[in-house]
Design a binder for this molecule. Structure first.
Ligand SMILES: Cc1cc2nc3c(=O)[nH]c(=O)nc-3n(C[C@H](O)[C@H](O)[C@H](O)COP(=O)(O)O)c2cc1C
Length: 188
């Protein structure tokens, strides 16, 4: 297991504190960019699709579909994802000591849709096992990054979660990936 960065802090987050933590710089910047045009432009960037998982304070599994995954650093190994501040899962992710990022394969589109849906038990019928920090590792993922929660940054209407990778799971070099491009799933 790799050493965990010493700057890990277990801050109890709530929506008010995210706003309060906006940086001076982001408060100064105003923009005329139309949100629809911004979404369209961002959609030109093809991504993979992940399901980010953790457990809440009661130990119950939580997870959501994310294409904001990025690898950040090789040494130490670090990755990030962004979560909307209005997300119901935000307080639980803010409190979690770690999380898992499951990279989806082309035949896991149903999982992507399930973990982006409201009002259902997202884990019902899903094949998973608890990993580090009890974060669910989903069967059939192309790769899994099991992380300790290291930093959290304000990112406008999202929070940026940076994790230090403690273990890599289930790297599958052969199966095609699930992709997302112009608001649609792609497979390849
Ligand atoms: C392909 C795809 C990628 C998504 N990526 C993100 C993301 O990176 N960050 C985010 O906050 N929401 C993302 N979403 C939306 C969330 O999955 C969804 O709004 C969230 O699960 C809402 O549930 P919650 O409030 O329980 O978290 C994405 C949805 C889809 C379909």
């Amino acid at each position: 297991m790799l050493p965990v960065a010493s700057s890990v802090s277990h801050v109890r987050w709530n929506r008010k504190s995210y706003t309060a933590r906006s940086t001076e710089r982001s408060e100064r910047v105003t923009t005329e960019i139309d949100p629809r045009a911004f979404r369209d432009a961002a959609g030109q960037f093809m991504t993979g699709v992940t399901v980010v998982t953790a457990v809440d304070q009661d130990g119950a599994p939580i997870g959501f579909t994310a294409n904001s995954f990025t690898s950040v650093s090789l040494d130490p190994p670090m990755v990030l994802f962004c979560l909307g501040k209005e997300s119901d899962s935000l307080p639980a992710f803010g409190d979690a000591g770690g999380f898992a990022i499951n990279i989806l394969s082309a035949d896991q589109q149903d999982l992507s849709m399930r973990f982006a849906s409201k009002g259902i038990d997202r884990f019902e019928g899903v094949d998973w096992i608890p990993g580090l920090h009890h974060a669910p590792v989903l069967a059939g993922s192309l790769a899994v990054f099991e992380c300790s929660a290291t930093h959290t940054y304000d990112g406008g209407d999202h929070l940026i979660f940076v994790g230090t990778v403690e273990r890599l799971g289930a790297v599958d070099h052969d199966s095609p990936a699930l992709g997302y491009f112009r608001g649609r799933y792609t497979k390849g």
